[in-house]
Design a binder for this molecule. Structure first.
Ligand SMILES: Cc1cc2nc3c(=O)[nH]c(=O)nc-3n(C[C@H](O)[C@H](O)[C@H](O)COP(=O)(O)O)c2cc1C
Length: 393
């Protein structure tokens, strides 16, 4: 298939030039309300900006003459062999970005030898995604609903599909103001307005594909009577997400789920200790891509102290603002086992479907490999020895 013009702009010699170029390409493809939903954050978007800034503030001090022509970035994350230590983060409604978007993302991840974490709020259901890729390369992200029977049912469905890693997100007891969504009338929406249709008219390729696709609901929720369209479901979710979840709920989930349990959205070392005590095998240090608490530190800022708190008893993953392979290596040097990527692959999916996500993962793979070679790092067993510095002290 010929490339879309915006995608061609983001490529040079078949390679993505930068995630920022891809972001601009996605902006030219998606209707404004959908691009802003992906691209935006909470209130002042300070947290979102901090995620990017935190990574810029750390610098490598490289070693030379180590003869590393073929670095090896292989690793194991939550029992799954990975070619590189990155995972696709859960992105709600990714199927809006491209028809069957979650299937395309999962396929791309499998092709590139990494894990894809499917959002509870995906358009394609977990059953339909798990049917097309080896479920071992998938993780399922769960929100705890007020209705625990419904929550337990969702957990059983993921297990029945062959998925063995459950990622429970704990940083979302409420959804704060996201100014761009509010301005675009994308909060509290009951149906598309003339303005939304106007935005869509300016993006004919996306609109044509959207008109032809099926699946205009969040597939995982279809069977629970939570609404017959996306907007009705979104309104029900807002009421169903339990703002009162506490540690006893994590303990309950630990009891219910027999596979690997990963807690996403932790920032404080004391909380990491408690997750480990309850029996979590993994923790994602994350501020939800700056979409939740405004004015929060970046996951990368607090990674080291959380790694220390876990003391090797859980695998530590971090996310938020990772846009280069070198960013990933910085996190590994501070003790992370892996990094989740959110918006980068969402932009890729919007711009060129499955191939767009493959291209994003290839961009990170090459970036990680070239960084390792330049650091004199043959494999990840010694990544923690890499020297880094910052100038803010
Ligand atoms: C459009 C969008 C939807 C998201 N939906 C979810 C979700 O359903 N569940 C979840 O745990 N995190 C969700 N996240 C957060 C991501 O999993 C991840 O923490 C964040 O995107 C990482 O930051 P980055 O986008 O800068 O890479 C979402 C992020 C975006 C951008």
């Amino acid at each position: 298939m010929p490339l879309s013009v915006p995608m061609a702009d983001a490529l040079e010699g078949g390679m993505i030039v930068s995630i920022e170029a891809l972001r601009l390409a996605a902006r030219r493809i998606l209707p404004r309300w959908l691009f802003d939903y992906v691209d935006g954050g909470a209130y002042s978007e300070t947290t979102m900006r901090r995620n990017l800034a935190a990574l810029v503030e750390r610098y490598f001090v490289p070693q030379v003459l180590r003869g590393i022509s073929r670095p090896n970035a292989r690793t194991t994350l939550f029992g799954h062999q990975q070619d590189v230590p990155v995972m696709l983060a859960p992105v709600g409604m990714a199927g809006m970005l491209s028809p069957q978007g979650e299937i395309k993302a999962a396929r791309a991840a499998a092709r590139q030898g990494v894990t894809a974490c499917l959002s509870h709020f995906s358009i394609v259901s977990v059953e339909d995604v798990a049917r097309v890729v080896d479920p071992v390369s998938l993780a399922f992200q769960l929100y705890i609903f007020r209705d625990r029977d419904l929550t337990r049912d969702m957990v059983s469905r993921a297990w029945a599909c062959g998925i063995r890693t459950l990622v429970v997100t704990v940083d979302t007891p409420v959804t704060p103001m996201r100014a761009r969504d509010a301005r675009n009338g994308f909060r509290n929406l009951s149906r598309l307005s003339a303005r939304h249709v106007g935005h869509m008219a300016l993006r004919p390729a996306w609109s044509w594909a959207a008109a032809r696709r099926g699946g205009r609901t969040m597939g995982n929720l279809d069977r629970y009577g939570m609404g017959t369209n996306l907007f009705a479901q979104a309104a029900t979710i807002a009421r169903e997400l339990d703002p009162d979840i506490g540690w006893h709920d994590l303990a309950w989930l630990r009891d219910v789920w027999k596979g690997k349990l990963v807690v996403k959205g932790v920032m404080l070392p004391e909380d990491t200790v408690e997750c480990v005590r309850i029996g979590a095998e993994g923790i994602v240090i994350s501020n939800h891509g700056g979409r939740q608490l405004d004015g929060a530190v970046a996951g990368f800022d607090v990674l080291e102290e959380n790694v220390r708190a876990a003391g090797g008893r859980a695998q530590m993953v971090v996310d938020g603002g990772f846009r280069y392979g070198s960013d990933v290596v910085k996190a590994l040097a501070l003790g992370a086992s892996g990094v989740m990527l959110g918006r980068p692959y969402a932009y890729g999916l919007a711009t060129d479907g499955e191939q767009g996500v493959v291209d994003v993962l290839e961009y990170f793979r090459q970036g990680i490999h070239s960084t390792m070679t330049l650091l004199g790092l043959g494999d990840l067993s010694v990544v923690k020895d890499i020297r880094m510095t910052s100038f803010d002290k």
